[in-house]
Design a protein around this ligand. Structure first.
Ligand code: ATP
Ligand code: MG
Length: 375
């Protein structure tokens, strides 16, 4: 797929900026704080309806403006689509495809695919489990947009169940024995909802990791010149023996029973996919605590290349690659491996503060956009 045009209106530090992409390769050149990452963020928002930098639309709209907008024209094998995302200082965001507004946001997803790789992605290895869960979720949303809805439903149930556990905890604190039938009936209801929705999330996460892992392993072997063996293990909070909805639901319910006292004491849900983890090991050693920063970079690079390839396989068209500040962090050898893996296969937007350290062949074949204070 090809992003042909991007039009930002009162988005971040852009007042009104129209960009036409003329080649597969674009270099966004500019000093610090000029708007390079903001531009990539706009593309990320169209692809996932999420930004990895903020969850608040107020941050995205140009200061003091009421409304901001990201508009793009995406060319795919058999179609050309105009995507519009309208963000508001107050009130809900709205989405439109070819000028027709959509009632459900999930219908907007899957029309533009992009993999973002930024210096922040090292947190994927070093950071908290939450970072890794976000990463799997963002990948799933792109290859299976309905997952956005599944995840949203799970989180709703989780919030409600937590609220109930909190009141139970409170009455325990106040020395009341909560013998009211209805409370326990309600909790049982939320247990089964949690199991039903949780199993949907977990089974999809398990499947996508099973597909991604061998591709990432292969890349990793190549980048490390056959010296290292990467292993990726999805570690769900609940284990099951068979990828079957009933089996997984029952496994969740069994674990809830086991952890009942803990949940009542803590006043929160401790069983479910919100406690999942992904474990990376290199030569059988955990990458998170033992990996050198070079090893961690190689790992993230392998994961990103695998994401590109997996999305391409599932969607049937190559996604965009958004590279934010990563080249400077990779040594020359890894830079070259990355650039040759992309070659002319993926439309690529790369940010940089200077061209001098850049691969000169790459510079020659790129469109260079100089970004200066949102213009
Ligand atoms: P660096 O090289 O440091 O990464 P960059 O070019 O990637 O810089 P961005 O993160 O894209 O920089 O842009 C940051 C600029 O955007 C800052 O000057 C910031 O104040 C401005 N900015 C961010 N959000 C808004 C907003 N909602 N309204 C106006 N300006 C904003
Ligand atoms: Mg930046």
């Amino acid at each position: 797929m090809y992003l042909r045009e991007l039009h930002l209106t009162r988005f971040r530090n852009y007042q009104n900026c129209l960009i036409e992409f003329e080649t597969q390769k674009t270099i966004l050149l500019g000093n610090n704080a000029q708007g390079k990452s903001n531009l990539l963020e706009a593309v990320e928002l169209l692809a996932t309806l999420k930004s990895h930098r903020t969850s608040k639309d107020q941050d995205l709209v140009f200061q003091k403006a009421e409304v901001g907008q990201i508009k793009a024209i995406v060319k795919r094998l058999y179609s050309e689509t105009e995507l519009t995302l309208t963000l508001r200082q107050k009130g809900r965001r709205t989405v439109a495809v070819n000028h027709e507004s959509l009632r459900r946001q999930i219908d907007f997803l899957g029309r533009l695919n992009a993999v973002e790789f930024s210096s922040l992605d090292l947190d994927l290895v070093r950071g908290s489990p939450e970072k890794r869960r976000h990463w799997i979720d963002a990948l799933l949303i792109q290859i299976e947009p309905v997952y956005a809805y599944i995840l949203q439903e799970y989180n709703k149930v989780l919030r409600q169940r937590n609220a109930l556990l909190k009141t139970i905890r409170k009455s325990l604190d106040e020395g009341e024995v909560n013998s009211e039938e209805s409370t326990w009936e309600q909790l049982a209801l939320w247990d089964s909802q949690l199991a039903a929705n949780g199993s949907r999330v977990m089974r999809r996460r398990a499947r996508v990791m099973a597909r991604l892992a061998p591709i990432a392993q292969q890349w990793h072997r190549k980048i490390s010149k056959e010296t290292e063996q990467l292993n990726i293990e999805y570690a769900p909070n609940v284990n099951w023996l068979e990828d079957n909805p009933q089996v997984v639901q029952q496994a969740i319910l069994d674990r809830i029973k086991l952890r009942k006292v803990a949940e009542e004491n803590l006043g929160t849900t401790v069983v479910g996919p919100h406690r999942d983890e992904v474990e990376f090991t290199i030569n059988e050693t955990p990458a998170r605590s033992y990996g050198s920063s070079g090893q961690q970079r190689t790992l993230v690079l392998a994961l990103k290349l695998a994401e590109l390839e997996l999305i391409e396989t599932v969607v049937g068209e190559p996604p965009l690659l958004l590279l934010d500040d990563v080249l400077a962090e990779l040594d020359l050898d890894r830079q070259n491996q990355l650039l040759s893996a992309i070659a002319d296969r993926f439309q690529t937007l790369i940010t940089t503060t200077h061209l001098s350290s850049f691969d000169q062949q790459w510079v020659k074949s790129s469109q260079i956009l100089t970004i200066d204070n949102g213009t």
